[in-house]
Ligand binder design. Structure first.
Ligand code: AMP
Ligand code: MN
Ligand code: MN
Ligand code: MN
Length: 286
């Protein structure tokens, strides 16, 4: 395993096991075609696709790290924590993720009620048609239904007009705590990584608190190069990684060929002064 920064690692993407549109097998083949050298499937709040993804990676001759992306509530905002290289049979992690998924169906029914008040009916049933995992109904599935039914032209427009704070269809939700999410991953021998920090609406003080508490709970990495960041944010979060002594991760956050701007394996490499997260995980690579 290379521990070099010049490695086409893609350590963030989604399958039908959460809100992606491709199966783990099709994703593995696409990663291989696109030149990915080290891959992780990181479904939201779910590791039910890990054994399939690892087997598919092996069949493609691709190195693999287990992965997930846990929804966390921090300072009244939703933050995503990616876990990499954990033991996928960890009972504590499995139970923690099951609890985190637990409120999604009720939330979806409330989202549907809220959309109905705005004149959009049948959204719960409509979203369900796009769901691959009944425990993992997400806003993305609602977005696909709103596109299919002609309410919006594309999913990004749905999020602009619906499903986000202050808009119809938005239902606040309490996810896992930062301490629990980092603890579940770390105690399962994995590495916790702050996903796409540039996406949160934190003040500088809140962001500082997030990184400080994440470190204190045992978090070790941050996504620097992700499909969610601008080039300026690559530079900003490379600096944050150095300031907090965190390793850097790289991942497209690919969900679907029709929706994602960034394909698997297509991002710039990590720059040389960063410690790549795969350097911490060399023994966990399959
Ligand atoms: P949920 O976990 O149900 O709250 O859904 C979160 C998911 O919605 C994210 O993982 C993204 O896939 C998707 N999402 C959130 N915001 C946007 C956006 N502005 N444009 C497109 N997709 C988004
Ligand atoms: Mn998603
Ligand atoms: Mn995310
Ligand atoms: Mn993601």
């Amino acid at each position: 395993m290379s521990t070099s920064n010049i490695l086409n690692a893609d350590l963030h993407c989604h399958s039908v096991v959460s809100d992606g549109t491709l199966t783990p097998e099709v994703l593995a083949a696409r990663a291989k075609t696109n030149g990915v050298e080290l891959w992780a499937l990181t479904d939201h709040d779910e590791i039910g696709g890990q054994h399939r993804a690892a087997a598919a990676a092996k069949a493609q001759g691709l190195k693999y790290l287990t992965g997930t992306e846990i929804s966390v509530t921090f300072a009244n905002e939703t933050v995503h924590i990616v876990g990499l290289g954990f033991d996928p049979d960890s009972a504590e992690l499995l139970q923690g993720l099951r609890n985190t998924r637990g409120g999604r169906e009720q939330r979806a029914m409330e989202m549907s009620d809220s959309l109905a008040k705005a004149g959009i009916t049948g959204a719960f049933e409509g979203a369900l048609k796009f769901v691959g995992n009944p425990e993992l109904i997400s806003r993305t599935h609602f977005a696909r239904f709103l596109v299919e039914s002609g309410v919006c032209r594309e999913t990004s427009e749905v999020f602009r007009k619906y499903l986000t704070e202050g808009k119809p269809g938005y239902v606040p939700h309490r996810w896992a705590t930062l301490q629990n999410a980092v603890g579940w991953i770390t105690r399962a021998h994995g590495v916790a990584v702050i996903a796409h920090p540039g996406r949160y609406n934190f003040t500088a003080n809140e962001e500082y608190a997030l990184f400080t508490e994440f470190k204190a709970h045992g978090g070790m990495g941050v996504e620097v190069v992700t499909g969610s960041h601008t080039r300026q944010e690559y530079v900003k979060y490379a600096e944050t990684a150095r300031e907090f002594g965190l390793a850097a991760s790289r991942g497209s956050d690919f969900h679907s060929p029709d929706e994602s701007h960034t394909d698997l394996g297509s991002l710039p490499f990590l720059t040389g002064e960063l410690t790549p997260v795969w350097e911490l995980l060399a023994e966990r690579v399959q």
